[in-house]
Design a protein. Structure first.
Length: 144
């Protein structure tokens, strides 16, 4: 049985994730409503804002930061809220941390593999459904 501290940490991440997801849904829809067109402005707004928030909060609450908060609060905001709001913020913070350590190959590989790898994985998922004809209509017809 996990101890109470681990359970509390998971609950903080879950609560923060729920808040971040709802905020992403609301702000993404607001952005899409305010700016029409084919470009996904709402998603871009969410990603940029999430990256700003995680960068600001990480630095402001770090070892030499001006805000002193508990590790639970950092986990709630950075993993929970920002993770639910946008995983791009975690990706950006991790890549920047590698760059700040003086590494060049690892962060470049992270960017290339994440962006192109995710596009490829999404495409494969779409193609798999199309190839196997697992559309909603097809699935309804196959139910027993």
């Amino acid at each position: 049985m996990p101890d109470a501290r681990i359970i509390r940490t998971y609950l903080l991440v879950a609560l923060g994730g729920a808040l971040g997801s709802v905020a992403r849904f609301w702000l993404g829809n607001l952005g899409a409503t305010l700016v029409y067109g084919v470009f996904p402005w709402g998603i871009l707004l969410v990603n940029l804002l999430g990256c700003f928030i995680i960068g600001f909060f990480s630095e402001a609450t770090g070892r030499v930061g001006m805000l002193k908060v508990s590790q639970d609060t950092r986990t709630f905001v950075m993993v929970g809220i920002c993770g639910g709001f946008t995983t791009f913020s975690s990706f950006s913070l991790g890549t920047l941390a590698l760059l700040q350590k003086g590494q060049l190959i690892a962060p470049m590989m992270n960017v290339i593999l994440s962006v192109f790898g995710c596009l490829i994985a999404t495409t494969i998922g779409i193609w798999l459904v199309r190839f196997t004809n697992l559309s909603t209509e097809e699935m309804e017809n196959r139910r027993i």
